[in-house]
Write a protein that binds this ligand. Structure first.
Ligand code: ADP
Ligand code: MG
Length: 366
């Protein structure tokens, strides 16, 4: 067979399916866009657990008219200009792929947006599969943006649609857990997540209150009792900077990584029997860091052999010591010198837990 380039439309479909893997990644991309747009109010609305549609409505900056053409085109972003910007990127998004991918894998994407300057006149835009504007209309609105995605994967990725429809409850539960991770860490932002059934019955899954502390967000999402069993935690990990092939320039001799959050009090009966509610962040970004979670659980096991801790841990890391561009969904993060970070974490967390239990015996089983 002769060698040929894959046509653009097929490339679009192939790559879009990697950015939008499932319902949780689809919805998280929209919420991240709202947060990047400085929203303080975010409504996440599911219809039929997301099987019919989902919509994220925010009161953020809105989108300028000059950007309407470009926002849903692959690798069009207002957040990153060149690859070197990646070492200082503080926004959730930077690849300019989410909206374009959603257009590629769903039945329809409709965006209604309004900037402060344009208010009260908003624009409603429909985008086609390739991320080009299919229709535009003027509607009344206030500052902010809403993105409505209908029938995820339908007609585009049939295998995934079938799996999604079959397992919608599981997908929805995963989605709520992921949204809770954002709800916990984002202070000063009110996040309300609801679902409407075909019958019109509406359920609020959780709502935060625009609180100024993570502790109050935990109360809103998991309840007062859950918060009472947690200890505020603040660790400082001193990571010696090894001479690196890639960083020959002389820099500071150590990097300090702060780990800030909450953990279940040490001791029997104070943790949780299932390994859920284990939320790890890097610079406020919820992420999959299973090695870190494993290490935290190992430390906690010295104080409680039957339960896992409820943990919320934000690793505050210099931006040039992490690589968030490992997977298109940005959930996997590469930590510079992870092995040393894990060692320092074990030491520091064990000391912290020991200091919290004072004279308690260190090994208790029930
Ligand atoms: P990225 O977030 O990586 O830039 P996206 O495809 O998610 O890529 O979004 C493309 C662009 O659309 C963003 O860079 C931003 O300029 C704009 N945008 C998307 N969602 C919103 C929103 N809710 N409010 C304001 N601007 C938005
Ligand atoms: Mg984005």
């Amino acid at each position: 067979m002769s060698l040929r380039a894959i046509d653009q439309s097929s490339v679009h479909k192939l790559t879009s399916g990697q950015v939008v893997i499932d319902l949780p990644t689809a919805v998280k991309e929209l919420v991240e866009n709202s947060l990047d747009a400085h929203a303080t109010n975010i409504d996440v609305k599911f219809k039929q657990y997301g099987v019919e549609s989902f919509e994220v409505v925010d009161n953020g900056d809105g989108i300028d008219q000059e950007n309407f053409e470009g926002i849903a085109l692959k690798h069009h972003t207002s957040k990153l200009r060149t690859f070197s910007d990646l070492s200082s990127v503080a926004t959730f998004g930077f690849r300019g792929e989410a909206l374009s991918s959603l257009c590629g894998v769903s039945s329809s994407v409709q965006i209604t947006t309004c900037t402060a300057a344009a208010s009260p006149c908003a624009t409603r835009l429909e985008y086609d599969t390739n991320g080009r504007i299919a229709s535009t209309s003027k509607v009344a609105g206030t500052k902010g943006t809403s993105v409505l995605v209908t029938k995820l994967f339908d007609g585009k990725l049939p295998v995934r649609r079938i799996d999604f429809v079959k397992n919608f409850k599981r997908e929805f539960a995963k989605c709520i857990s992921l949204l809770q991770a954002y709800g916990v860490i984002k202070v000063g932002v009110r996040i309300v997540v609801s679902n409407v059934l075909a019958t019109g019955k509406k359920t609020i899954l959780f709502a935060t209150n625009g609180n100024s502390s993570v502790g109050d967000n935990i109360v809103n999402i998991f309840g007062t009792k859950a918060r009472m069993d947690l200890l505020p935690m603040s660790l400082a990990l001193n990571i010696p900077r090894k001479p690196s092939l890639y960083r020959p320039e002389a820099g500071p001799s150590a990097t300090v990584i702060k780990v800030v959050g909450f953990i279940s009090q040490p001791g029997p009966g104070l943790g949780r029997s299932a390994a859920d509610r284990q939320l790890v962040y890097v610079n406020n970004r919820p992420c999959n860091l299973s090695t870190v979670i494993k290490r935290i659980n190992e430390c906690y096991r010295n104080f409680n052999t039957t339960q896992y801790p409820f943990v919320v841990a934000d690793f505050q890391v210099p931006y040039d010591s992490v690589d968030v561009n490992v997977s298109p969904d940005k959930r996997t993060i590469f930590l510079h010198d992870e092995a040393t970070v894990l060692e320092c974490l074990s030491e520091s967390l064990s000391e912290f837990l020991e200091s919290c239990c004072g004279s308690m015996p260190t090994q208790i089983s029930s």
